[in-house]
Design a binder for this molecule. Structure first.
Ligand code: AMP
Length: 222
C-alpha cells in the first residue's frame, strides 16, 4: 500500500484513536495520537507534561506552540517510506497552517482528511463509559467492549482506568472547545478538496470499512 498522509478530524469520542490504530495495522501508516503524546509526557512528569497537565485534565487545548513542536518532531521521525495517520492534530486553524508549512518544507502534503461524524448525546454516552490502559493506551468501553478481566488490559495486563478528562463536566468543555476551535477545520480542509466525512454511528468494524473504502486501502483492496 502506497504511503499516505491522513488526518483524522472529529469531536472527541468518535473513534479516531481506535480507527487510527486499525488503519496502521491494515495499511501500515504510522498512527500518531497527540492526546497519547500529551498523556505520556504528563505521566513521565516532564517539563512539557507539567505545562500540559492543567489544559488536558480540564478539557482545554494545549497552546498551539507547545503541541505543534511535539507533532512536527514526531512526524519527522516517521520513516518516509511509511506514511502516517494523525489522530487529534491539528485541532485549530493555526495548527493546520503550521502543519501545511512544515510539510511543504519536506516536499510532502496531506493526502486525505477523514471527518468522523457523531451526535453529541452519543459522544457523551461513549466517553463516560470509555476506559484506557494506563500502560499501553489500549481503549475499552465498559458497555460495548470491556476488557476480559475487569480493570485489566487484555493486551499488556496493565491497569484499565477512566481518563481524568472523561468525566461529564470535562466532556462538555471538550465538546464546546471542539465546536469553537476545531470545527472550523472542516471548512479549511473542504476548501482544499481533502475532506471525506464518515458516519461514526456504527460498529467499529463497519466504520473501519467505510474509512478504508474512502482511503482506498485495507479490506476493499484485498
Ligand atoms: P485526545 O486524546 O485527542 O482527546 O486529547 C486529549 C487532550 O490532549 C485534549 O483535550 C487536549 O488537552 C490535548 N491535546 C491533544 N491534541 C491536541 C491538539 N492538537 N491541540 C491542543 N491540545 C491537544
Amino acid at each position: 500500500m502506497a504511503p499516505k498522509h491522513v488526518v483524522f478530524l472529529g469531536p472527541p469520542g468518535t473513534g479516531k484513536g481506535t480507527q487510527a490504530v486499525r488503519l496502521e495495522q491494515r495499511c501500515g501508516w504510522k498512527a500518531l495520537s497527540s492526546g497519547d503524546m500529551m498523556r505520556a509526557e504528563i505521566a513521565a512528569g516532564s517539563e512539557l507534561g507539567n505545562k500540559a497537565a492543567e489544559y488536558v485534565n480540564n478539557g482545554r487545548l494545549v497552546p498551539d506552540e507547545i503541541i505543534t513542536g511535539v507533532i512536527l518532531g514526531a512526524l519527522d521521525r516517521v520513516p518516509k517510506s511509511l506514511g502516517w495517520v494523525l489522530d487529534g492534530f491539528p485541532r485549530t486553524v493555526p495548527q493546520a497552517e503550521a502543519l501545511d508549512k512544515g510539510l511543504l518544507a519536506e516536499h510532502a502534503k496531506i493526502d486525505a482528511v477523514v471527518n468522523l461524524d457523531l451526535d453529541d448525546h452519543k459522544i457523551v454516552e461513549r466517553l463516560i463509559t470509555r476506559r484506557i490502559c494506563k500502560e499501553c493506551g489500549a481503549l475499552y468501553n465498559i458497555r460495548f467492549q470491556p476488557p476480559r478481566q475487569d480493570g485489566v488490559c487484555d493486551r499488556c495486563g496493565g491497569e484499565v482506568v477512566q481518563r481524568a478528562d472523561d468525566r461529564e463536566d470535562v466532556i462538555r468543555t471538550r465538546l464546546a472547545t471542539y465546536r469553537e476551535q476545531t470545527a472550523p477545520l472542516i471548512a479549511y480542509y473542504t476548501q482544499r478538496g481533502l475532506l471525506q466525512s464518515v458516519d461514526a454511528d456504527d460498529t467499529v468494524e463497519k466504520v473501519q470499512t467505510a474509512i478504508e473504502q474512502a482511503l482506498g486501502c485495507g479490506k476493499q483492496s484485498e
